[in-house]
Design a binder for this molecule. Structure first.
Ligand SMILES: NC(=O)c1ccc[n+]([C@@H]2O[C@H](COP(=O)([O-])OP(=O)(O)OC[C@H]3O[C@@H](n4cnc5c(N)ncnc54)[C@H](O)[C@@H]3O)[C@@H](O)[C@H]2O)c1
Length: 360
């Protein structure tokens, strides 16, 4: 039985709580040790909903809830302090993407995890999408030849800009390139077998959100050159009309010497329109439902898979396995450093208008 705590229970923390409590009910090999949430109203609501104790700080969760592992689901720019404190307390940590928004923070977290021999995994769940896994296997088998260029897009509706990454508690630190782009940056980096990023050029656009008093980018367009010679373009934005048929438009195209492959990572063939919900394209790769024998609706898909993978890794270590045996099979802190370097270079290029060379 592994005791897992969740730190930060906003929009995405609820996904973590759902995933862990479902596994607790289904497999019984994990127990929700409680959660930490600084917002008192949310803390009370979450306590009622999940029937577990909420604490006002991660320190209190660690001391009184006694988790063996935690998932950190605080806003993008607020992962560092929490992760460092948890590693100091010898806990295994799953960190939401992006690993960090500063290279120094990513390096310090990676150094601490390595020094203590602890599992520190980044929740890059696009690696668990079966369509992306298929693409990776094709690339590894050489079906596409050597990759020359690629294109990734991930664009969210305006509501994400105004009510999620643009809300006050994100302190104007949100960015479509951090919130969305990092998913696709990690995906392409992982698909290609982790080539070092070398050069970045990016343009950031402001106007729509700033006219609403939110001083963050509406969209960011970036081009990254990797050490294998491949050049990838990443288009990200948080200003799609709210009437769009899903919260997100997303996908990846990769072109190599022997062919190409395109994945529409959102539209998976099911489309509909209802009075209650309007147009919809449910992404069953991310989440599909099943009924248990007792009639309970269960959720599966890459949304949960990446969280369960972390728990499996924690249990591997608890059962006497070694961290080295997991290397290569999870989004490590070193890989988190590389994607953080790209994210930082994108923002620096967008700010300065200059190409950024990435130093290693
Ligand atoms: N994997 C994905 O697809 C995905 C989707 C959405 C969000 N995320 C990531 O999850 C993280 C959280 O995003 P969100 O949309 O849930 O944000 P959110 O603002 O809705 O929730 C964050 C919560 O953390 C709490 N918090 C902040 N500092 C805290 C601390 N020190 N201790 C305890 N609680 C604290 C806030 O009060 C808030 O309730 C971000 O890094 C985001 O990028 C990932």
């Amino acid at each position: 039985m592994t005791r897992v705590g969740v730190i930060g229970t906003g929009t995405y923390g609820a996904i973590h709580l759902d995933a862990i409590s479902q596994r607790q009910r289904l497999l019984g090999d994990v127990e929700l040790a409680g959660f930490a949430e600084i917002d008192e109203t949310r803390r009370r609501e979450t306590e009622q909903r999940y029937g577990v104790r909420g604490y006002a700080s991660h320190g209190e969760l660690i001391e009184r809830g006694r988790p063996e592992a935690v998932t950190v689901v605080t806003p993008d720019h607020l992962h560092y302090r929490v992760v460092m404190d948890c590693l100091d307390e010898d806990l295994a940590v799953l960190v939401e993407k992006p690993f960090a928004t500063k290279v120094e923070e990513a390096e310090a977290m990676a150094a601490k995890a390595r020094e203590k021999g602890l599992l520190c995994q980044v929740d890059f769940h696009k690696r668990f999408d079966p369509y992306h896994i298929d693409l990776k296997l094709r690339l590894e088998a050489g079906e596409l030849g050597s990759v020359q260029y690629g294109y990734c897009w991930m664009e969210d509706v305006l509501q994400v800009g105004t009510s999620m990454i643009g809300k006050k508690s994100w302190e104007d630190q949100g960015s479509p390139a951090w919130f969305l782009g990092i998913h696709m940056i990690d995906l392409s980096y992982w698909l290609m077998g982790l080539p070092k990023p070398e050069r970045v050029y990016a343009t950031g656009f402001k106007g729509k959100l700033s006219s609403m008093g939110i001083d963050i980018y509406d969209s960011v367009k970036a081009e990254v050159t990797y050490a294998n010679g491949a050049v990838f373009t990443y288009d990200t934005s948080v200003i799609l009309p709210d009437s769009h048929e899903s919260i997100v438009r997303q996908g990846v195209k990769i072109v190599g010497t022997e062919g190409f492959m395109e994945v529409n990572s959102q539209y998976r063939g099911a489309r509909g329109c209802t009075t209650a919900k309007g147009m919809e394209t449910p992404n069953l790769g991310m989440m599909y439902r099943k009924l248990s024998k007792s009639g309970e609706t269960l959720k599966f898909g890459y949304l949960n898979d990446s969280i369960y993978d972390f728990i499996d890794n924690v249990q591997h270590l608890q059962n006497g396995g070694k961290l080295e045996e997991l290397e290569g099979g999870y989004a490590s802190p070193e890989q988190g450093i590389e994607t953080t370097r790209i994210g930082v270079a994108i923002h620096e290029s967008a700010r300065s208008g200059r190409i950024q060379e990435i130093k290693h």
